[in-house]
Design a protein around this ligand. Structure first.
Ligand SMILES: CC(C)(COP(=O)(O)OP(=O)(O)OC[C@H]1O[C@@H](n2cnc3c(N)ncnc32)[C@H](O)[C@@H]1OP(=O)(O)O)[C@@H](O)C(=O)NCCC(=O)NCCS
Length: 373
C-alpha cells in the first residue's frame, strides 16, 4: 500500500517562488522579503505589486498600480443590482462567492487566457473584491453603496465604502497592515484550490470563486469570525479562563489557535497582537485585547498551542468597525492578491494537478438486478 499522508500534511507538491514559510522558526516571506519588514515599511499596493511581479515597485510603477486599481475598483452596476436582488445569504461568503463568479460575465477578457488578459483580470479582481464586500455591507443595512474614492488607497477605500466616512489615518494604516499580513500564505487550502482549478486551464474567475469556497470554512478563513463570536460570548476578561477550560474539557477546538505549518508563533500573530492592543488603546477600550491575551496565555500554558493569524485580527477588526460576519470577506479582499499571483504562476508553468488516492472500498462485486436486492 502506498504511503497516504492525510490532509497532504508535509507533502511538497510543487515549487513556487512567491511565498515561503519556515514553520520551525516562525518566518514568513513574500519573494524573499520578511513579513515584518513589509508590515512595517510597505503598503498593501506595494505588496500586491511584489506578489505579481516578484520585485518591489519603483515609484512610477507604484503610481501606475494606484491608478490602475482606482480605475478598476468600481463594480459594474449589474453585479451591484444582483447583490441587491439576492435573497439574504445565510453567510455573506455565499454572496461573495456568487458575486465574484458573476463578475466574469461582465469581464470582456473572461475567457482570454493570454498572460496579458490574465494580469488584467488579477488587477480587476483585486480592485473589485473589496468594493463588493463594502457594497454588500451597505446594501444589507438598507443603504446605497458608495463609489470608491480615487484619492484613497485600497485599505482606506474599503473602510470608507463600508462605513461612509473617510477613516482615521491610523485606522486606515492598521487595516493596510492587516491586508499586507493576509495577502499570501503559500499553498494554504484556498490557494491550493485556486491552483488546482487553474491547472485544468480553467479561467481566473473560476479559480478565485473556488478559492472563496475553500476560504469560507471555519478551519481556514472563517476562523476570525468564530474568534470574535467567542469573545462576544465571553464578554469580560475575567470570564475568559472558565470559558476556555470548559471548551478544552469538552475537547473542542479553540478558534484562532493552531496551525498546520507553524510549530512556533505565527509571525503574523505577532503584528496583529500589537495591532489589537494599540487599536484598543486608541479606542479607549482594551477589553477585547485583554480577553484575547488571557485566552492566548492559557492556550500556551495548557496546550502549548499558539495563536494564528485569525486570533488577534478578530479584536482588531472589531475596533475598526468591521461587522463580525464580514471578517472572512475582509480576509478574501486581501488574499485575492495572493490567489491571483499563484494562478498566474500556475499558468506560466502549468501541469495538471491530479493526485492519487489509495482505494479502500470493496472489490469484484457482481451487479445485482433490481428485483434481487
Ligand atoms: C489550523 C488547524 C486546522 C490545523 O489542523 P491540523 O494541522 O490538521 O492539526 P490537528 O487539527 O490535527 O491538531 C493537532 C492536535 O492539536 C490540537 N489542536 C490543534 N488546534 C487546536 C485548537 N485550535 N484548539 C484546541 N486544540 C487544537 C488538536 O486537537 C490535535 O490534538 P490531538 O493530537 O490530541 O488530537 C487546527 O489547528 C484548527 O482547527 N485550528 C482552529 C481553526 C483555526 O484557527 N483555523 C485558522 C488557521 S490559520
Amino acid at each position: 500500500m502506498a504511503e497516504v499522508r492525510a490532509g497532504l500534511q508535509d507533502v511538497v507538491i510543487a515549487t513556487s517562488q512567491i511565498c515561503s514559510i519556515d514553520g520551525q522558526r516562525g518566518k514568513l516571506t513574500y519573494w524573499g522579503y520578511d513579513i515584518h519588514d513589509l508590515a512595517t515599511n510597505s503598503t498593501f499596493e506595494e505588496v500586491v505589486y511584489l506578489l505579481w511581479h516578484g520585485r518591489l515597485p519603483k515609484p512610477k510603477q507604484l503610481d501606475e498600480l494606484h491608478e490602475q486599481l482606482a480605475e478598476h475598483r468600481a463594480v459594474t452596476p449589474e453585479v451591484i443590482d444582483l447583490i441587491k436582488r439576492l435573497p439574504p445569504p445565510q453567510h455573506p461568503m455565499e454572496m461573495l462567492r456568487t458575486a465574484v463568479s458573476a463578475l466574469s460575465l461582465y469581464d470582456p477578457e473572461a475567457e482570454d487566457m493570454s498572460p496579458e488578459a490574465n494580469r488584467h483580470k488579477a488587477l480587476r479582481l483585486t480592485g473589485q473584491m473589496a468594493t463588493l464586500v463594502a457594497a454588500f455591507g451597505r446594501i444589507r443595512a438598507g443603504k446605497e453603496p458608495i463609489s470608491p474614492d480615487p484619492k484613497l488607497n485600497h485599505a482606506a477605500n474599503f473602510l470608507y465604502m463600508l462605513q461612509g466616512q473617510t477613516p482615521r489615518a491610523e485606522y486606515a494604516r492598521w487595516f493596510d497592515v492587516a491586508l499586507i499580513l493576509h495577502a499570501d500564505h503559500s499553498y494554504n487550502a484556498s490557494t491550493f484550490t485556486a491552483r488546482v482549478v487553474a491547472s485544468t486551464l480553467s479561467d481566473m474567475h473560476s479559480a478565485i470563486t473556488a478559492a472563496i469556497g475553500a476560504l469560507k470554512g471555519p478551519l481556514h478563513g472563517g476562523a476570525n469570525e468564530q474568534v470574535m463570536k467567542m469573545l462576544l460570548e465571553i464578554q469580560t476578561p475575567d470570564r475568559a479562563e472558565p470559558y476556555l477550560r470548559n471548551l478544552l474539557t469538552q475537547k473542542k477546538k479553540v478558534m484562532g489557535f493552531g496551525h498546520r505549518v507553524y510549530h512556533t508563533e505565527d509571525p503574523r500573530a505577532t503584528v496583529l497582537r500589537k495591532m489589537s492592543e494599540e487599536l484598543g488603546r486608541s479606542a479607549g477600550d482594551l477589553k477585547w485585547f485583554e480577553m484575547s491575551k488571557a485566552i492566548e496565555d492559557l492556550m500556551i500554558r495548557e496546550k502549548k498551542i499558539n495563536a494564528n493569524v485569525d486570533f488577534y485580527s478578530a479584536s482588531a477588526y472589531y475596533v475598526l468597525g468591521i461587522p463580525v460576519d464580514l471578517y472572512p470577506l475582509a480576509f478574501a479582499a486581501s488574499r485575492v492578491s495572493g490567489w491571483t499571483a499563484h494562478v498566474l504562476e500556475q499558468y506560466a508553468n502549468n501541469k495538471l494537478i491530479r493526485p492519487l488516492a489509495e482505494y479502500t472500498g470493496p472489490h469484484d462485486l457482481k451487479y445485482v438486478p433490481m428485483n434481487q436486492r
